[in-house]
Design a protein around this ligand. Sequence first.
Ligand SMILES: NC(=O)c1ccc[n+]([C@@H]2O[C@H](COP(=O)([O-])OP(=O)(O)OC[C@H]3O[C@@H](n4cnc5c(N)ncnc54)[C@H](OP(=O)(O)O)[C@@H]3O)[C@@H](O)[C@H]2O)c1
Length: 222
Amino acid sequence: MKIAILGGTGDIGEGLALRLAADTSHRIAIGSREAEKAENKAEEYTTELESRGLDAAVTGGENAAVAAEARIVVLAVPPYHVGDTVEAVAEALDDGDVLVSPATGMKRDEEGFHYHKPGAGSVTAIVADAAPEGVDVVGAFHNLAAARLANLDADLGVDTLVIGDDEDAKRTVSDVAEGIEGLRALDAGGIANAPEIEGLTPLLINVASSNDGLDDLGVRFQ
Ligand SMILES: NC(=O)c1ccc[n+]([C@@H]2O[C@H](COP(=O)([O-])OP(=O)(O)OC[C@H]3O[C@@H](n4cnc5c(N)ncnc54)[C@H](OP(=O)(O)O)[C@@H]3O)[C@@H](O)[C@H]2O)c1
């Protein structure tokens, strides 16, 4: 399957691109607001994969161009820009495409990070409101640490909670997630449940920063 990662030039995009390209047969395209930046990053990721003996080419291009070619489009951009990004690529999306939101709005004070719940109820709900008709929205990958994901020497052994109002789209994204070695996808219900999942991310960051040896923390439900 063709998977586009918009903002795949950033931290979580790098981790998802490397893991998906390393562990699955999906074709991964990196998106950026600047085509050349995406092409350069795609080349960097391909070189990293090749250095590990992995023959998995990653391509790159402008966000709308890579979205046009993909069935799954991951919005790996800052939470306050997901709505704009969906609008920027809306015409490139086809019926049956799936938008995936890993984004969490956070604010920081002297005590740590806190969930910044948007007016729509969650970032995933913002994406659902902005998505063109016929395009499904699924939330996933919120609680993964980018650095651990991008370090292909690191074992994952963590879960990702998957939410969505369309069961087929949710299953498709869960199958893609489970293609990553060490990642288990758990169904967490519909988009109405997104705030609980997005709100887990600042908790993980606070726990990681307050406890030695817990950098790049993830969650495993058992
Ligand atoms: N970092 C993590 O550990 C982590 C974990 C789970 C979920 N997430 C979520 O994943 C998303 C991306 O996080 P990140 O840490 O990867 O972010 P990031 O590295 O700061 O940014 C990712 C990419 O977003 C694009 N971008 C920046 N400003 C933009 C704008 N105004 N409009 C559209 N695109 C813009 C940039 O790509 P171009 O300049 O190439 O367009 C950038 O490379 C966030 O919503 C975050 O909540 C992050």
